[in-house]
Design a protein around this ligand. Structure first.
Ligand SMILES: [Zn+2]
Ligand SMILES: [Zn+2]
Length: 136
């Protein structure tokens, strides 16, 4: 039987993880908390059932945020890895950028677009920008 697990890990390679079920959702988050936590303009996530997620090696540092969420990152190199919050029990979000094949998990929606940085374009805006630049 073919292994369809989703695998990934951190930048330094100390942490490796696996999810054995397919994502419940794939989203690109523009909230200020994700931005600060990852040090990036936006953060793409996949959401999987928590029961299907396991750490295969390495140590995660757990950080409880002021919103009550748990964010984890590699204890050694600091890569942002997961997000859990009590109003979505049984689910865990994994940063799409830490997956081995992020290209397979394109976000299907943008969340917190109202907190988006003005210079970050949403997909429909990107298409418009490309069309505009071609027509000039
Ligand atoms: Zn690491
Ligand atoms: Zn967010």
């Amino acid at each position: 039987m073919q292994d369809t697990s989703i695998t990934g890990g951190c930048y330094c390679g100390n942490v490796r993880f696996r999810a054995t079920q397919q994502p419940i959702q794939q989203a690109n988050c523009h909230c200020a908390n994700c931005r600060r936590a990852a040090g990036a303009q936006a953060v793409a996530w996949i959401t999987v059932p928590q029961s299907s997620f396991e750490i295969e090696k390495g140590k995660l540092k757990r950080y409880r945020t002021e919103t009550g969420a748990i964010r984890t990152f590699c204890d050694f190199c600091g890569t942002s890895l997961t997000y859990e919050i009590s109003n979505r029990p049984g689910e865990i979000d994994i940063t799409t950028g830490s997956l081995d094949r992020p290209e397979d998990f394109q976000p299907t929606k943008d969340v917190f677009p109202d907190e988006k940085l003005p210079w970050v374009l949403l997909p429909h805006e990107k298409r418009a920008a490309i069309t505009t630049s071609r027509s000039v």
